[in-house]
Design a protein around this ligand. Structure first.
Ligand code: KG4
Length: 342
């Protein structure tokens, strides 16, 4: 089954063709990051406009790269939530018109489910159940994945997402947007151990996380250094900051896996590209005898193929939308709006 998949929840317009949920036939991406970098972060209105400009040509490219014609498309999948509302609307409405014109089913895909499913594209042997650690620019969640369409949220950030925290910390260190990758590179230049940064604990909710205190601590350190003229060891701060993020995420992922009775952990989302996090997760999984799946860097960030992968399993489970499907800025991962016919 060939699915034409659309992703437009933030600053990447992405269109892909995926076969049977596991094989990428094409994965076309038009990133707007350079444009948003001028403003130090994503400007929602610009994101929507850029999606409008890119999506039709990108769809032609995805079909051409896959070597298929429009008549070969069996279904259309699209991100319907969560994300920047204007941005999601562009991709979803374009997807609706394509599905309508081709008379094929329209499959709604939750963006975070897609991030998790990126792993199915890289690892043919991977099947639920597993514990997913999802870390992206807008979301940070721990999810018990009991089946391809059976998700249970077990922990989440109470405030900022891990990726947003990386981006803000990077900005005060003078690094370009998006800041995750340059922070990773800067952190590799230091052994750290210089700055004492906070780790959050939420009483009574040991799997929930918080990144706003850490973000503020980095912002304050940078501003104090600026005001007092004291030198700031930027590489050490990047390293210590990254360690603090990892200390929020990795032990909680291990605990969640234990509590859910899972021996397999799957990482997902843009922040899963972080080299320190990947190493820490691998070390802890080895210690605990857990199998770890880390998506290849090319599938960590937003892409269309992940939507096609999850779209396939949503379709098999009977999820299909009618033309009234709306876009949403926020929806839970076990969203009851997605109804299954079977
Ligand atoms: O998953 P993604 O592409 O978009 C959302 O769905 O939100 O994630 C983007 C986030 C950005 O915050 C970016 O700075 C972060 O992923 N990121 C990283 C790294 N590469 C990208 N964060 C830490 N280390 C990295 N190497």
């Amino acid at each position: 089954m060939k699915i034409l998949a659309f992703e437009s929840s933030c600053d990447e317009t992405a269109v892909a063709v995926v076969e049977d949920g596991r094989r990428i036939l094409s994965d076309a991406i038009a990133s707007q990051a350079d444009m948003h970098a001028l403003y130090g972060g994503v400007v929602p209105e610009i994101a929507s406009r850029k999606h409008v400009e890119a999506i039709a040509a990108l769809t032609d490219k995805a079909l051409a790269d896959a070597g298929i014609a429009k008549k070969d498309v069996d279904a259309v999948a699209a991100t319907y939530a969560p994300g920047l509302i204007g941005a999601v609307l562009v991709g979803l409405n374009f997807a609706k018109s394509v599905a309508y014109a081709l008379s094929v089913p329209l499959i709604p895909v939750h963006h975070i489910r897609g991030h998790i499913a990126a792993n199915y594209l890289a690892f043919p042997d991977l099947e639920p159940p597993f514990l997913a650690l999802c870390m992206s620019g807008g979301n940070t969640l721990l999810v018990d994945v009991a089946g391809y369409t059976d998700f249970r949220l077990v922990g989440a950030t109470r405030d900022d997402a891990a990726g947003e925290c990386f981006d803000k910390a990077a900005r005060v260190l003078g690094l370009p947007y998006p800041g995750g990758k340059p922070m990773d590179e800067l952190a590799r230049q230091s052994a750290g151990g210089v700055y004492d940064l906070p780790r959050a604990k939420i009483e009574g909710c040991e799997l929930d996380m918080s990144f706003s205190g850490l973000k503020t601590a980095v912002v304050n350190l940078a501003h104090n250094a600026e005001q007092t003229g004291k030198p700031l060891d930027r590489a050490a701060l990047a390293r210590d900051f990254t360690q603090a993020v990892s200390d929020e995420l990795v032990p909680r992922a291990m605990l969640a896996a234990r509590q859910c009775g899972r021996k397999t952990i799957v990482a997902a989302g843009g922040v899963a590209a972080n080299s320190f996090l990947r190493a820490d997760l691998q070390r802890e999984c080895d210690k605990a005898g857990c199998k770890l799946y880390l998506p290849p860097l090319s599938l960590c960030g937003d892409n269309g193929a992940m939507i096609g992968a999850q779209g396939y399993y949503e379709y098999l489970a009977g999820a299909c939308a009618d033309w009234s499907l709306n876009a949403y800025a926020t929806r839970e991962i076990d969203d009851p709006i997605v109804r299954y016919a079977k």
